[in-house]
Design a protein around this ligand. Structure first.
Ligand code: 5GP
Ligand code: ZN
Length: 113
C-alpha cells in the first residue's frame, strides 16, 4: 500500500522514533509546529477516526496513554500539552493513516485557525 505512515512503520522511510510497542509508533513530525511535535500512529493501517468503531476503539485510548507517557518523558507534562486529530478534508488531514499530534513546549493559542 502506498501510505507514508505504513512505510514509517515498516522502516522503509526513516523517522526519528521516540516510542514504539506492538500496537503503535511515535515519531517526530518532519515539519514541527511547536518545540515538541510528535506524531502517534497505530501500526495497523486505519484511515481516520471515521474508520474507528467498537471493534478497534481501544487503539485510541492506547494512543492517548502513549501521548501522556511521551509528554512526561519529554518534560512537557507539567507545563501542559495539546493532542490533536485532524479528520478528513475539512479537518485538515493530509496523511490518510490515523494519527494524533502531540504538541507542547510553548503556549498554545485557542481556537486554532
Ligand atoms: P495531518 O495534517 O494529516 O493531520 O498531519 C500530518 C503530519 O505528518 C504533518 O504535520 C506533517 O508534517 C507530517 N508528515 C508528513 N509526512 C511525514 C514524513 O514523511 N515524516 C514525518 N516525520 N512526518 C511527516
Ligand atoms: Zn498506512
Amino acid at each position: 500500500m502506498d501510505c507514508i505512515f505504513c512505510k514509517i512503520v515498516e522502516g522503509t522511510i526513516p523517522s526519528a522514533k521516540v516510542y514504539e510497542d506492538e500496537k503503535v509508533v511515535a515519531f517526530k513530525d518532519i515539519n514541527p509546529e511547536a518545540p515538541v511535535h510528535i506524531i502517534i500512529i497505530p501500526k495497523e493501517h486505519i484511515e481516520s477516526v471515521r474508520e474507528i468503531d467498537e471493534n478497534n476503539a481501544l487503539i485510541v485510548s492506547h494512543i492517548i496513554l502513549t501521548a501522556k507517557k511521551i509528554a512526561k518523558d519529554l518534560g512537557i507534562s507539567e507545563s501542559g500539552f495539546r493532542i490533536v486529530n485532524n479528520c478528513g478534508k475539512d479537518g485538515g488531514q493530509t496523511v490518510p493513516h490515523l494519527h494524533f499530534h502531540l504538541l507542547g513546549g510553548r503556549d498554545m493559542q485557542w481556537p486554532p485557525g
